[in-house]
Design a protein around this ligand. Structure first.
Ligand SMILES: *[C@@H]1O[C@H](CO)[C@@H](O)[C@H](O)[C@H]1NC(C)=O
Ligand SMILES: *[C@@H]1O[C@H](CO)[C@@H](O)[C@H](O)[C@H]1NC(C)=O
Ligand SMILES: *[C@@H]1O[C@H](CO)[C@@H](O)[C@H](O)[C@H]1NC(C)=O
Ligand SMILES: *[C@@H]1O[C@H](CO)[C@@H](O)[C@H](O)[C@H]1NC(C)=O
Ligand SMILES: *[C@@H]1O[C@H](CO)[C@@H](O)[C@H](O)[C@H]1NC(C)=O
Ligand SMILES: *[C@@H]1O[C@H](CO)[C@@H](O)[C@H](O)[C@H]1NC(C)=O
Ligand SMILES: *[C@@H]1O[C@H](CO)[C@@H](O)[C@H](O)[C@H]1NC(C)=O
Ligand SMILES: *[C@@H]1O[C@H](CO)[C@@H](O)[C@H](O)[C@H]1NC(C)=O
Ligand SMILES: *[C@@H]1O[C@H](CO)[C@@H](O)[C@H](O)[C@H]1NC(C)=O
Length: 486
């Protein structure tokens, strides 16, 4: 009796955990890079998302606080203090030109948390999420029809945003319509935007994560729903290491090094945000940074990033409470103009502390909104394999793709391409074949052997990567060209 009850209880638990979400749903991958956007003279960096019918294509900046996805109206720049407004909005949306737009005058905004963002009107229209693995191929699109959007008419910020706040309407609609496994989302912001000054492109994965985009362990954190940016972490140390002398480790928390502090500062909580590039650190730690590197105030980028008086070659490492350490390499700690990714801070400021996109340029973020938790891992800067996989809500922690050691075109990342895109169909065919095989075996074998069988299948599934090496690689001449794409 007792054991029957136990098994019933266990199976009910399992059912609750797994059956609520269909973790066989493929994720939706949307890349982030520079491209032509609607009604703007310059290429802009952001998520490749269109709106309306016919499509008006935009580059939307992911927002971890805003819940609505928004587009700039043509009138925005007439009413805005945004710098270089005509080339910074992510595109312009003309709702009159869209046959699928319907305005919703009585809509109550979900974004009341930040007073000072932007004003506009709401409506429903078709969102077009583009997946574009390779420049040589066309993009494919996932249509999200009748989704709520905000059209921005007045404000001071970049108004073209994908809203990924706690009540994100895009995630809600994708999950409610069974287009992804649940409300999970992953972000690599990349470094291809002007302030970061780098080359690497980024990506969004709705309902999944790009397992080729990070390496090493993943670290899990609860969301803090009281914060405007609910993804927060606690920082216990920050140290600077001089490239010329790798043993020169100076901690900005060290009160023997910085006698202004009577004792070692406490751990502090910082919000991960995409709404600014630099870090905003507690006043005293900012002062220690200034005195250690001889920094001074500057506002070249309009974000109060500190500037060094003379060049310094070294790295800055941020140590989170659980030991996860994110290191900014020398070219990020100080760019060619001596500008750092650390913001000045007033002594009496009560603003939250922030880890901005400088931090996200080094980190892969994977968020599970269903359990209000998120994972961080070290980003792979120059991967050439796109490996989107399903991120099962409330499921096991995401795991990084392990690159096979051997094989020339494996080294070039082509296996990743095979799985990620080009030959995805073949991958599915292999899976279907495995499934058929497993069905036959299951019929033939006794129930007691099922578990062992499943283990075998899991091993076989892992071997598919090796199997794929038997496919013919693309022509040699095409290969380098191919790999410039991401
Ligand atoms: C789960 O999703 C897959 C892929 O879309 C689909 O084939 C399958 O029928 C779904 N399963 C359930 C139980 O809905
Ligand atoms: C400012 O926005 C309003 C709508 O809120 C619009 O009617 C007006 O034309 C805009 N002003 C300019 C100068 O674009
Ligand atoms: C987004 O929605 C959450 C509630 O789920 C709210 O706490 C937050 O303030 C909203 N974001 C903004 C920018 O208002
Ligand atoms: C928004 O602004 C009003 C005054 O304009 C102020 O009273 C209120 O506290 C502000 N709310 C937030 C969340 O900043
Ligand atoms: C709130 O709005 C201000 C001004 O528009 C912006 O600078 C700030 O980054 C926003 N805060 C968040 C958490 O989005
Ligand atoms: C928007 O992007 C899609 C996908 O690349 C493309 O097919 C379409 O022509 C673009 N539309 C415009 C108006 O540029
Ligand atoms: C550094 O920032 C300056 C802005 O002062 C910019 O002009 C320059 O391109 C940046 N350099 C690099 C290497 O990112
Ligand atoms: C620098 O200090 C940190 C801890 O503060 C330590 O983890 C790291 O190994 C040190 N690096 C060197 C080169 O001493
Ligand atoms: C980023 O994307 C752009 C636009 O597709 C492309 O031209 C560029 O080569 C990509 N950068 C890298 C480093 O792959």
């Amino acid at each position: 009796m007792a054991s029957l009850a136990f098994y019933l209880a266990v199976s009910v638990l399992l059912a609750q955990n797994t059956d609520a979400f269909n973790c066989s749903k493929a994720p939706i991958y949307v890349d982030i890079h520079k491209r032509a956007v609607h009604d703007s003279p310059v290429f802009q960096y952001g998520s490749f998302i269109g709106v309306g019918t016919p499509a008006q294509n935009h580059s939307l900046w992911p927002s971890l606080s805003q819940n609505h996805t928004s587009f700039a109206a043509h009138t925005y720049c007439g009413n805005s203090t945004l710098r270089d407004c005509d080339k910074s909005t992510g595109g312009f949306f003309n709702s009159q030109d869209s046959t699928t737009f319907s305005e919703d005058n009585n809509f109550q905004s979900l974004d009341n948390g930040n007073n000072s963002t932007f004003e506009g009107y709401f409506g429903q229209d078709t969102l077009r999420l583009y997946t574009h693995y390779f420049e040589t191929d066309g993009a494919s699109q996932t249509l999200l029809e009748d989704s709520t959007i905000k059209v921005a008419e007045e404000g001071s910020v970049v108004p073209g945003m994908v809203g990924l706040g706690l009540s994100s309407t895009v995630l809600r609609d994708l999950a409610a319509r069974d287009m992804i496994s649940g409300k999970t989302y992953s972000l690599y912001i990349g470094q291809g935007f002007d302030r970061a000054g780098g080359m690497v492109n980024g990506s969004n994965v709705f309902g999944g994560y790009d397992s080729g985009r990070f390496t090493g362990a993943t670290y899990k954190y609860p969301m803090n729903t009281a914060r405007l940016n609910p993804m927060t972490v606690k920082i216990k140390d920050i140290f600077i290491t001089n490239t010329e002398d790798p043993n020169s480790n100076v901690s900005l928390f060290d009160n023997t090094k910085f006698p202004d502090m009577k004792s070692r500062p406490d751990t502090f909580e910082a919000e991960i945000t995409t709404s600014q590039f630099p870090l905003s650190l507690p006043y005293q730690i900012t002062q220690n940074f200034i005195s250690h590197l001889s920094a001074e105030e500057d506002n070249t980028w309009g974000d109060n990033s500190l500037k060094l008086k003379s060049a310094f070659s070294g790295s800055l490492s941020i140590v989170l409470e659980d030991g996860f350490t994110v290191t900014f390499p020398p070219e990020v700690l100080m760019n060619a103009s001596n500008i750092t990714p650390v913001q000045s801070r007033d002594e009496d400021s009560t603003a939250p502390f922030y880890l901005g996109t400088a931090f996200l340029g080094q980190t892969y973020l994977m968020a599970d909104y269903e359990q209000q938790a998120f994972y961080l891992a070290e980003a792979v800067q120059k991967n050439n394999a796109v490996m989107p996989v399903t991120f099962c809500p409330k499921g096991p922690a995401p795991t990084a793709y392990e690159r096979p050691q051997q094989g020339a075109w494996v080294k070039q990342g082509l296996i990743g391409a095979v799985i990620g895109g080009v030959l995805g169909g073949m991958g599915i065919a292999v899976c279907v074949y495995c499934f058929v095989l497993s069905c036959r075996r299951k019929v033939a074998e006794r129930k007691a052997e099922k578990r062992a069988q499943r283990d075998k299948q899991a091993k076989f599934a892992q071997m598919e990567v090796e199997d794929a090496m038997e496919f013919d690689p693309p022509p040699k001449s095409a290969t380098p060209f191919f790999w410039k794409k991401r």
